[in-house]
Design a protein around this ligand. Structure first.
Ligand code: FAD
Length: 513
């Protein structure tokens, strides 16, 4: 397969909605000479945001040679606080990162996130980590990047991925300074304005931004009581809107503005003052900003996650408004799903369709997140109709089942991949249960499969180089045995060796001789 060779114009600040210009550069090295070159890397990842860093670490668990290209010379400095939801916290526990992230975050109640409707989470959520972890995005990015580097990933900062061409053997990647690199696969983790996605020609249909909101952290010049009263009053008619104390005299400020501007331009403090005066009649004496940014509500999903040897993950594959705090979580979970599959492909043991299950599993999850953010956005409207729907939903959330359903969606613990007919557990992630060695997730740090066998009579046989085995009749499971994939999803439930062997083949390829 030879796709045309394209390179991007110099890095663009254009809003994601604008068309991206590509130019054919047939003057680059010929495909024939590329095809003969041994890849320098197994995988090149464009972008060292949370998705790219997580993917690099996952690949390194399997000794894959990884290079991450990041255009920024320094990690991001603006402190956007994000929430790690339950499933992402579980992922951290599964890779031995839990203590590190807990040290830097604040545990908060898991409830109250769906459209910011203030209902507490239902009791007995199915997780050992049933809380939200508030953590600055630069911190989680740094921790993930450090983790990837500790595992042996190379990260090159100040490197802009500007073009690529794929052929039968690999991908030739061109940097903005003209340097060429070669790898077997390329993954675009380069954010919502993804160069990789645009150069691939993958469609990104959806809705453009209709609204724009300013967000930042700054000090205020009036007493807290005055702010609280005004925020409650204005919040009745304008959402999202808040000024929340954030510690050390700093307030987190979110204020909608009229119209949609060029989002590449960061807002100024004066923009904030003006927006606050417009909707609250006062600018609260805001001053000394720590950082200022803006976001829109564009909602888009890539038509494909893979074209040959090039894949997309994270914001490069999907964008949506930040309501509910799901974007980073979704990207990190994409990386967790893709990592072991791409590693299996490179190590040579992947069964034929394994890599394609990445799109088959993750694209529907993103579709669902896009839909729930669309719904949440409507519920934030100050129009009478949506406000009535919001009141009704608020009432419905008093029913445990409704509340549970919504929180399982936002926290991603309700996901069930379609692995075919079988018991309800099949395709779901398994919570962290107690096992005789301690915690189940403690046994998953190496990113391998795991057979948890309460019958003590099954074996992983010729798959023992890829799948660990734990015989534990005391494990807190109500089924005899489960086979877990490296991402902790249940690939098989049962007690029959022949049936198990079939499923080991399905997910882990042919047994070793
Ligand atoms: C106001 C706001 C609040 C949010 N709150 C939350 C929240 O609470 N919870 C949550 O889960 N999510 C939240 N999000 C969403 C979250 O920030 C994103 O979903 C997340 O950053 C996506 O991670 P990513 O790694 O896929 O992409 P990005 O973080 O965009 O990283 C992409 C990286 O690629 C690099 N890059 C781009 N192009 C190139 C190139 N050509 N070559 C080399 N490098 C390149 C960029 O410099 C960047 O470092 C919020 C977003 C906003 C705007």
């Amino acid at each position: 397969m030879h796709s045309p060779r394209f390179t991007a114009e110099p890095p663009s600040n254009d809003p994601v909605e604008r068309d991206f210009t590509v130019r054919d550069v047939s003057g680059l090295r010929s495909p024939a000479s590329d095809a003969g070159r041994a890849p320098m890397f197994d995988v090149i990842i464009a972008g060292c945001g949370p998705t790219g860093a997580m993917l690099a670490a996952e690949l390194r668990l399997h000794d894959v040679r990884v290079l991450v290209l990041e255009k920024e010379t320094e990690p991001k400095s603006f402190v956007r606080i994000v929430g790690l939801h339950i499933r992402s916290i579980e992922l951290m526990a599964m890779r031995g990162l839990l203590e590190r992230v807990l040290e830097h975050g604040r545990q908060r109640p898991a409830g109250g996130f769906f459209a910011a409707i203030g209902r507490p989470a239902p009791k007995n959520l199915d997780s050992a980590h049933a809380y939200l972890l508030g953590i600055p995005q630069p911190v989680i990015e740094r921790l993930l990047e450090e983790h990837a580097i500790e595992l042996g990933a190379q990260v090159r900062r100040g490197c802009v991925m500007a073009g690529f061409e794929q052929d039968d053997e690999g991908v030739t990647v061109e940097l903005a300074d003209g340097e060429q690199l070669r790898s077997r696969y390329l993954v675009g983790c380069d954010g919502g304005r993804s160069t990789v996605r645009k150069l691939l020609g993958v469609g990104f249909p959806g809705e453009p931004s209709r609204t724009e909101t300013l967000m930042g952290e700054m000090e205020v010049g009036v007493p807290q009581e005055e702010i609280a009263a005004k925020v409650t009053e204005v919040g009745e008619t304008h959402r999202p809107f808040w000024l929340r104390p954030f510690g050390e005299g700093v307030h987190s400020v979110v204020v909608p503005i009229a119209g949609v501007s060029d989002r590449a331009e960061p807002p100024t403090l004066e923009d904030f003052k003006q927006a606050l005066r417009t909707i609250a009649g006062t600018d609260f004496g805001v001053h000394s900003p720590r950082w200022l940014s803006r976001f829109g509500d564009a909602t888009r999903l890539a038509e494909r996650y893979r074209v040959g040897r090039v894949l997309l993950a994270g914001d490069a594959a999907h964008i949506h408004p930040p309501i509910g705090g799901q974007g980073l979580n979704l990207g990190v979970q994409d990386a967790f799903n893709l990592g072991w599959k791409l590693a299996a492909q490179i190590r040579g043991w992947a069964p034929e369709p394994l890599l394609d299950t990445y799109q088959a599993e993750r694209r529907p999850v993103a579709e669902d997140v896009l839909d729930n953010t669309r719904a949440q956005t409507e519920l934030l409207s100050a129009e009478p109709g949506p406000r009535a729907v919001r009141r009704l939903l608020t009432e419905l959330m008093d029913f445990d089942e409704v509340n549970r359903h919504l929180i399982e969606k936002i926290t991603a613990i309700g996901i069930r991949y379609d692995f075919g007919a079988g018991p309800d557990l099949l395709g779901r992630r398994l919570r962290d249960i107690d096992v005789k060695q301690g915690h189940l997730y403690g046994l998953l740090h190496r990113g391998r499969g795991l057979l948890l066998d309460r019958t003590e009579r099954l074996t992983v046989g010729g798959w023992s180089d890829r799948v660990d085995y734990l015989a534990d009749p005391t494990a807190a499971l109500d089924v005899p045995c489960v086979l877990l994939r490296p991402d902790g999803h249940v690939a098989w439930v049962g007690d029959d060796q022949q049936d198990l062997d079939g499923h080991l083949s399905r997910w882990f390829g042919r047994p070793a001789d």
